[in-house]
Design a binder for this molecule. Structure first.
Ligand code: ATP
Ligand code: MG
Length: 662
């Protein structure tokens, strides 16, 4: 996919720290060497029935055992896992731990304002879930119906998800930063009759008009009959119209805290969730109950090496798949303590995450490159003033993590004593598919390393679809066989599911990302297939050029796209934001261009380099290159679906800067 060699960006290999492999006062990691990983991986591929039967029975409690492990194929798009098995997801996440160890903490809730943390034990969680399930029952909701959840990051958001799961209802969580129009579109697409929300949210000390946004959205959703409103701030001016609107606290006061979990089939849907929208209109991805829960639980256990007593913190909002799998379902299915973080990383200052780690003695911390780059921009002091000695594993997800950001995370946050896990996955994969394991995998900064159990990867030639064998190859990333937590369909549009993921390369799941496998068999995600730049016949990876720019000490973030060019077909256009306090000069621009040239080679030299204050990002914090591509192509009037753009106000400045530069 590119002529250059990404290893020039990152030659270093980091073996697992000895304290992880042979801990003094703790259990050994679940996997503590590469041969151990390889043996388990081999079993998962060669004897999948044996492997998955063991994993599914060890990890989950089934009401009725499954007879077959899996059915169907990628070619036909009719995959099913543990099809005759029956279980209840909420029972697996809550009831069984409440019975076993009622006082264990399920959630630590770190409210927006520092110093206001509270906890929810498994016993308390069970009562909350049961009571709310009875409320939903009283609305006449029945198994298989969809409920929309539009809530701040508070324990009640998880309670709402689990109450749905307890009744076999399907939830669709919409990130509470979305506009009323985006919410309306999702509520309508999901055909929800009930919306669960809050009066207001709080983020960084500022109120968010959550309920008012719901009201605006519902003007175009006449099918919605009930809106259940949790009182978060108590602001009395929040709009409320009975009988459609019902206060959460009043409704639960009328219900008993017991509700038997409804047994569902392993293949019954658990939720539908819209993708981030980096590449276009979001897709309503459907996940089922048994396979999804197993994937979330197993990946969390192995990738973050979860043991009894751990306090796991994932900073993702529950409105994204990362929040579903690693704030709620994965941690609870393992009976772990999970941190729910309501605030933002820079409130009241850039130490917030690290104070959180210190205060709650967090053992595993999971965040996104966008946050890592933003905090790196503020300098090291905010991190080093906190005691982070409780950390063992620190993770990254959402975008390629540039080697320089990886190194900062490893050294400054991890103190060079933790495992850094760069986890590659998607809304559609349900759980990690390429990732290191803390006690086993020697890491290479910028590489997600090796496949998780049961995931058989392939790199395909983008034009012929032929599988590229051996090492040192680049192409498009694909997966060769179904895995338990993969999405089964797109809500109401199975054809779109087939056309997007399964038909492009028949027999394979097509991920939409470019990747290479290096000489040592490590996988490197090179950026979206749609974003690949072709300069005079050389295919360039966006991730690689961006990483070279971030390697310069003045750079905070970068995004590169191809601009139409008469001579070379496309030329590289780089957008760069600078670290705090760095002055934007022409000399610096020249230096940055040179940086790419020396790190990668002349072919990667940006023809245009534009310094900006902000890059266009999704509401989940991912760079949206398609917008930049359109702007540099002079097609700013055809930007497509912008509902997922986090801050539309940056567009005007961006367009004028591009016009001045090109
Ligand atoms: P849409 O599908 O609507 O365009 P999206 O792809 O951003 O949005 P998600 O499912 O949230 O929606 O993101 C998955 C994508 O994020 C992956 O396909 C990949 O491009 C990127 N990604 C996630 N984790 C990593 C990682 N560790 N390294 C590199 N890329 C990653
Ligand atoms: Mg995607």
């Amino acid at each position: 996919m590119t002529t250059s060699d990404e290893h020039s960006l990152s030659a270093a290999v980091y073996p697992p720290h000895p304290r992880l492999v042979n801990p003094e006062n703790r259990a050994k990691p679940w996997v503590s060497s590469m041969p151990e990983y390889e043996a388990l991986y081999k079993e998962s591929i060669d004897e999948p029935d044996k492997f998955w039967t063991r994993m599914a029975t060890e990890t989950l409690t089934w009401d009725r055992p499954f007879r077959s492990v899996s059915q169907g194929s990628l070619k036909d798009g009719n995959m099913a896992w543990f099809p005759e098995g029956r279980l209840n997801v909420a029972y697996n996440c809550v009831d069984r731990w409440a019975l076993e160890d009622p006082e264990r903490v399920a959630f630590v809730y770190e409210a927006d304002e520092p110093g206001q943390a509270t906890t929810v034990t498994y016993k308390e969680l069970l009562e909350k879930v049961c009571t709310l399930a009875n409320v939903l029952n009283s609305f006449g909701l029945r198994k298989g119906e969809t409920v929309a959840i539009y809530m701040p990051m508070i324990p009640e958001a998880a309670v709402a998800m689990l109450a749905c799961a307890s009744l076999g209802l399907v939830h669709t969580v919409v990130f509470a930063g979305f506009s009323s129009a985006s919410l309306a579109e999702r509520v309508a697409d999901a055909r929800a009759r009930v919306v669960i929300t809050a009066d207001e949210g709080l983020r960084g000390g500022r109120p968010i008009r959550t309920k008012a946004i719901v009201d605006e959205a519902l003007q175009s959703c006449p099918e919605v009959e009930k809106v259940l409103v949790f009182r978060r701030t108590g602001n009395e001016s929040v709009p409320f119209s009975a009988p459609r609107d019902v206060w959460w606290h009043e409704a639960v006061a009328a219900q008993r805290p017991y509700c038997p979990p409804v047994e569902v089939n392993a293949e019954d849907p658990l939720f539908l969730l819209y993708t981030s929208g980096s590449t276009g209109k979001p897709k309503g991805v459907v996940h089922t109950s048994g396979g999804y829960l197993l994937g979330a639980a197993l990946t969390l256990k192995y990738v973050f090496d979860i043991h009894a007593g751990d306090v796991f913190c994932c900073t993702a909002d529950i409105g994204w798949i990362t929040g579903h799998s690693y704030v709620v379902y994965g941690p609870l299915a393992l009976g772990t303590t999970s941190v729910i973080f309501e605030s933002v990383p820079t409130y009241p200052d850039a130490s917030r995450y690290w104070r959180l780690v210190e205060e709650h003695r967090i053992t595993q911390f999971y965040t996104a490159p966008t946050a890592i780059r933003a905090l790196r921009r503020h300098g090291d002091d905010f991190v080093t003033r906190c005691d982070l000695s409780s950390l063992r594993v620190i993770g990254s997800v959402g975008e390629p993590i540039n080697p320089d950001a990886w190194t900062w995370y490893n050294e400054i946050v991890g103190g060079s004593r933790c495992a850094v896990v760069d986890t590659y996955w998607q809304t559609e994969t349900g759980s990690h598919v390429i990732t290191p394991l803390p006690g086993a995998t020697p890491a290479k900064p910028g590489s997600a390393t090796f496949p998780f159990f049961g995931v058989e990867l392939a790199i395909l030639d983008p034009t012929t679809g032929a599988e590229l064998e051996g090492n040192d190859v680049s192409g498009v990333l694909a997966i060769k066989r179904p895995w338990p937590s993969m999405a089964r369909t797109i809500a109401g549009d199975h054809k779109r599911f087939l056309d997007t993921y399964l038909n492009p390369y028949p027999g394979y799941y097509f991920a939409g990302d470019g990747a290479s496998r290096d000489a040592d068999g490590y996988y490197w995600i090179r950026g979206r297939v749609d974003d690949v730049i072709n300069v005079a016949g050389h295919r360039m990876s966006t991730a690689e050029v961006e990483s070279a720019l971030i390697g310069h000490s003045a750079v905070a973030e970068s995004a590169v796209v191809g601009a139409p060019d008469e001579v070379t077909g496309q030329a590289i256009c780089a957008f760069v934001t600078l670290k705090d306090g760095v002055e934007a000069t022409d000399a610096l621009k020249g230096e940055l261009v040179k940086e790419v040239r020396t790190r990668i080679g002349p072919i990667a030299t940006p023809k245009t380099l534009i310094l900006v204050d902000e890059l266009p990002k999704t509401r989940s914090g991912k760079i949206i290159r398609r917008i930049l591509r359109k702007v540099v192509a002079g097609e700013a009037d055809q930007l497509g679906d912008l509902s997922t753009l986090s801050d539309p106000s940056i567009l005007e400045v961006l367009i004028s800067k591009v016009a001045a530069a090109l």
